[in-house]
Every structure is written in C-alpha cells, then in structure tokens.
Ligand binder design. Sequence first.
Ligand SMILES: Cc1ncc(COP(=O)(O)O)c(C=O)c1O
Length: 400
Amino acid sequence: MSFLSATLARVKPSPTIAVTTKAKELRAAGKDVIGLGAGEPDFDTPDNVKEAAKAAIDRGETKYTAVDGLPELKQAICDKFKRDNGLDYTPAQVSVGAGGKQILYNALMATLNPGDEVIIPAPYWVSYPDMVLLAGGEPVFVAAGIETGFKLTPEALEAAITPKTKWFIFNSPSNPTGAGYSRDELKALTDVLMRHPHVWVMSDDMYEHLVYGDFEFTTPAQVEPGLYDRTLTCNGVSKAYAMTGWRIGYAAGPEELIGAMRKIQSQSTSNPSSIAQWAALEALTGPQDFIPVNNATFQRRRDMVVDLLNAAEGITCPVPEGAFYVYPSVAGCIGKTSPGGVKIEDDEAFATALLEEMGVAVVFGAAFGLSPNFRVSYATSDENLKEACRRIQEFCASLT
Ligand SMILES: Cc1ncc(COP(=O)(O)O)c(C=O)c1O
C-alpha cells in the first residue's frame, strides 16, 4: 500500500510553477531565457504599505491574531465591498486567509462531499480543479472558447448544471485569458443561476482592479442581489497592490459558510501573518491612485503584445479586457515542424520547442484546460516583451 494518500494521487503539481522552474534551470545553465510565465505584477509593493508593515512590527503587532482576520482589517474589507461593489457585508461575514488561494481552498474543503460537482469554465486558473479534487469533489469543465471571447455562454452553463452541482466558480477578469464579462454577459449567467437555487457561486475577483479602457468590473452578487445568500465573493491584495509575497486574501459571504471556513483555518494554519494583515489594511484604506498609473502601463503592454503576436504567422490573439495575460491560439502552427525537428502536434510541443529553441518561456494551454493556446503574462518589462515577441515571430516564421 502506498505511503502517500489516495487523495494526493488525484492531483498534479502546478504546471505554471513547473514552467517557471524549467526557465530558471535553463537560465542557471547559461541560456538566455525570457520568462513570460509569471503570475505576478513586476511592480514593487507601494511604499505606504511597506511602511505600515514596519510600523506594525515596531508596535509589537507580532502575536497571533483572530484566526480569520483582525477586526480592523475585516471592517476595511466591508468598506471596500461597499465602496467598490455596492455590497453590504458585516465583519462576521468576512474571512481573511493566507492569499486568495487559501480562501478558495477553505471554502471548498468546508463544503464539498464526495460526488459533489463544481462547474469550472475552461480555460481556468490551474488550481481550481486540483483544489476541488483535494476537497473530494468532482470538477466539471465547460468550454468557453476563443469564439465566445473565452466567456461561458448561459446555454453552456445551464447544460452543465445537475442535481449534484454545488458550486459554480466564476473568474473575471480571468487567469489565463484576461477575459472580463460585461454586466450584461454576467447577468445572462446569473439569470441561469436564479433558476437553480441549489447552486452556489464562488466569484474569484482577484483581478478586479486590473481592467482597461472603458471596461466596467462587476461581480455576481452585485449584478443579481438574489444570489447574495449563496455567493462567496473572493478577492485579495496580491495582484492590484503588487503584494503576492505577503499572502493576504479575503472573502465575504453567508455567516455559516464563513464560520465553516474559520473552522478549517483554525485547525490548519491559524491566522495569516499579523504583519501582512496590517499591511493589507493600509493597502485597502490608503491612497489608491497608483492603480490607474500601473494600469496605464499594463494596457500599453497588452496592446503592444497583442499586435506583435497577431503579426506572427499562425497565431491569433484576441484583445482581453483585463488581468495581465493574453491567451493566443496557435491553431495555425499545429502540424508544422520546428527547425530543431519538433513536430508541433499540440500547444505543449509548441511551448517546449519555443523554450528550448528560442529561449521564451510561456505556459501551454492544455495546463489551463483549453487548447491549442498558450498563456503570455505581460507583467514584465517592455524590452523583454518586445524581444520575446520578436523571437515568437521568428519561431513561427521558421516552422515548416
Ligand atoms: C484567478 C486567481 N485566483 C486566485 C489567485 C491566488 O492569489 P493569491 O496569490 O492571493 O493566493 C490567483 C493567483 O495567481 C489567480 O490568478
């Protein structure tokens, strides 16, 4: 009998981390590699946030806190939901964890029984299916392809719902596509959910503030107040505030669910870092003016990358509404052969050959459940992006 658990056998390690590791190895071996795999902003954490953390240390805020968050931070989160989303929550409806990842994981662990189904639009953030599997549930994938702008249609959602459906995971703007649902597109989905009162909604709003042009961010409980009692609205400071390493995520929802999540956290990690919580409080309550400044940079990079990728032979790259990713299709490259002799049978072969022959690290689409595509993170310098796109163009032109 295996020493390792049967549950563990159901999951796989994060493929995005695998790509980053491979790129690092090649770089350490002296190869000139440009990494477009990172899922984090290349900006530094704002100074006021760093100062708040230092002040917290100096004040001696270095002890255990309440398991699922400082009262001050929970209040600031309630204020944020009111200010940005028009949603009313009390501190008892708020949970704070070590990153958005822990929040989502706690919610799934607290609610899933064997056989429970979780609807996940594909392409998806790599951790959703494996977290569902770890919690004993069954991921149900529903394709949201390039032809619908990588957005789930109401018909596809309706068709995926069964009596066993427990959660629908919604992520807009999306990792890996950057696609953001307009209010009308989201309303069409919430109309479906209103017809199925047993289905709960887990809205992962991690990229809320990273939206471009005139796109207006909305979240399910805001668009359809009828879903308020069965929605967990999840968010965090990692992406908008360039705080990925600080590990603070949060969610608000029905008190019973929040209590169940607290129970899991109390017996696993306890409170997230006290210092990071004070820093997150400053992030949420301090000046927000650097967000549009960072966004202007992201938008400029997005437009540049989309143009350069569309100029590559065999690649089609839609313009996404937000996040810092694009998800081009390589349909036009499939079946060709690289100068190094690799037959491009699928997106994994494309990404592997691109890394080995041209030194550009991207994550292949199969990792996100929709092929033939790859994900580019444009959270890196203009210089890196231009050179990486030039290499991708050269690679595509060299395929025969
Ligand atoms: C869609 C999405 N949700 C959640 C997370 C997790 O964020 P955190 O770093 O706060 O755990 C990420 C991080 O990559 C993400 O892309």
